[in-house]
Design a protein around this ligand. Structure first.
Ligand code: SF4
Length: 73
């Protein structure tokens, strides 16, 4: 099962980094808060983790193949 992602819109500060870095995976909603495209496209797992780590507010969670959140530290 591929990785999936989610965005906590309560934490997102609309920096746009994830949307710029991975436009196939993230988009802005009508309030310019990021959200994950559903279903998550198949992209390199390491790339997803790197994008999540680069979120300035830590709003992105990446889930592993079994649905478990991946530790980004
Ligand atoms: S990188 Fe983080 S703060 Fe910036 S738009 Fe994406 S989820 Fe929001």
């Amino acid at each position: 099962m591929p990785h999936t992602v989610s965005v906590d819109k309560e934490i997102c500060i609309s920096s746009g980094k994830c949307v710029a870095d991975a436009p196939a995976v993230f988009r802005f909603d009508d309030d310019e808060l990021a959200e994950a495209v559903d279903p998550t496209p198949t992209v390199d797992d390491g790339f997803l983790v790197a994008v999540a780590r680069n979120c300035p507010s830590g709003a992105i969670t990446v889930y592993g193949g079994q649905g478990e959140p991946i530790d980004l530290d």
